[in-house]
Ligand binder design. Structure first.
Ligand SMILES: Cc1cc2nc3c(=O)[nH]c(=O)nc-3n(C[C@H](O)[C@H](O)[C@H](O)COP(=O)(O)OP(=O)(O)OC[C@H]3O[C@@H](n4cnc5c(N)ncnc54)[C@H](O)[C@@H]3O)c2cc1C
Length: 385
């Protein structure tokens, strides 16, 4: 067993940490107003290799390992948690297109994902179906050379700004549940598509919202994989992305703890630095320990994924534990900074709001525990059937 990063991984982590602290962190608060994130910023991220990580080399990417992708998620979150969503959606969409797209679709879309020219979203959730994703109702029925799309996708990250969305929809009138669901790459500038951005409590940079399809005609060659195969495609991406979410959350928590350690050394009360009080230093010791444990679990998931081994259970464990541990650590950092910690001039409250979003996104804690239980007890004892 080897718990260390290679020299290449260490170098990548260092360069991204430097980038996150010098370029992202000073602007973190600025994007909390929900103004669109400029495309030149996305291209700047691309120049650091962030958007190309899971794009195959043949299409302009670097085909990086999942562990490397996790390193990027953890380090970027030290500067701006929400920027990791460009990485997560880029990785998941690139993986689906690379594995299931036609050659034409791959050539058109993958190089522009890698270069940061185009931004993709992933649309599974609907107003009436979130955890129970197999209950979606959006339809994509074939008419000649097109699929005609009707329905609403809800709570979609980047709904307000994406160029295209991988939409999961029913392509069969007869098949029920997961079996009738297919994935389509839908350019969002075609007629019959409208968007609605939500007033969100956090993650405002992502302009999360609804995508509404009213007779939108999608070229038939934009079907990804076989008809009826879409649900399995979505699920396979969620498993490793859950570790990326955990690492982003833990990166934000680790940065908060390091800031709090410095504060505790400087701030004196009753004539002594806070760091000399066990009530303070033990709290920090506990949070550091929990963050370190959850981090190992997330990297274990990604290492399994790199080796082609099953990692659903580890992904669900990391996704439940990582954001929970991060929320608790960041909350403690707010309190340990006193009134300053509660100010919008410090990053803690924004980090807390942002991390809570991904306690829900990509599967809630209850659904994560359901997956851990399914992998433990077997499918006869599932909580979601
Ligand atoms: C910040 C954010 C970003 C998101 N981004 C995207 C995106 O890009 N694309 C996308 O498709 N979706 C996205 N989502 C949607 C997200 O995946 C869903 O919100 C999530 O899957 C939960 O679905 P729901 O909100 O409909 O809650 P529900 O399914 O209605 O669940 C409500 C509550 O009941 C609990 N619950 C449900 N079923 C059970 C059960 N069987 N046993 C015990 N408890 C249960 C849940 O855990 C939850 O606490 C995002 C959400 C957020 C908050």
């Amino acid at each position: 067993m080897d718990f260390g990063f290679s020299d290449e991984e260490k170098l990548f982590a260092e360069s991204l940490r430097q980038f996150a602290r010098t370029k992202l962190k000073p602007e973190y608060r600025k994007w909390d107003a929900g103004t669109p994130y400029p495309r030149e910023k996305l291209r700047e991220l691309a120049s650091m290799g962030v958007t190309a990580l899971r794009v195959p080399e043949a299409y302009g990417g670097v085909d990086a390992s999942y562990v490397m992708t996790g390193i990027a998620s953890e380090e970027l979150a030290r500067g701006d948690y929400n920027v990791t969503l460009f990485l997560q959606l880029g990785a998941m969409c690139a993986n689906i297109i690379a594995k299931h797209g036609s050659e034409g679709v791959r050539r058109e879309w993958l190089p522009t994902i890698a270069s940061g020219e185009r931004l993709l979203a992933l649309g599974l959730t609907e107003p009436g179906a979130g955890s129970d994703a197999a209950a979606i109702k959006t339809r994509a029925l074939r008419e000649g050379d097109y699929y005609v799309l009707q329905g609403e996708k809800a709570s979609i990250t980047f709904a307000g700004s994406a160029d295209a969305c991988i939409v999961f929809a029913r392509t069969s009138e007869s098949e029920r549940g997961a079996r009738g669901i297919s994935a389509l790459l839908v350019p969002l500038d075609i007629p019959g598509v409208s968007r609605q951005v939500y007033p969100s409590a956090g993650e405002k940079l992502t302009r999360r919202g609804s995508l509404i399809f009213d007779g939108a005609r999608v070229p038939a060659d934009h079907l990804l994989g076989a008809e009826g195969g879409g649900f399995a495609q979505a699920l396979s991406g969620f498993d490793y992305n859950r570790a990326l979410i955990a690492l982003a959350s833990l990166g934000a928590a680790q940065e908060s703890l390091e800031e709090t350690i410095e504060h505790a050394k400087q701030r004196t009360t009753f004539g002594r630095p806070l760091a000399e009080r066990e009530g303070v230093s033990f709290q920090i010791a506990e949070h550091l320990t929990l963050v370190a444990s959850a981090r190992l679990l997330a990297y274990q998931c990604l290492a399994l994924c790199d080796r082609g081994q099953r990692h659903s259970k580890e992904g669900a464990m990391a996704k439940w534990l990582g954001p929970k541990v991060a929320v608790e650590a960041i909350h403690a950092c707010i309190i340990l900074h006193g009134w300053m910690g509660y100010s919008d001039e410090m990053p803690f409250v924004q980090r807390l709001r942002d991390v809570i979003g991904l306690e829900i996104g990509d599967g809630t804690p209850e659904i994560m525990k359901g997956i851990i239980a399914r992998e433990t007890f077997g499918r006869n004892f599932m909580i979601y059937k």
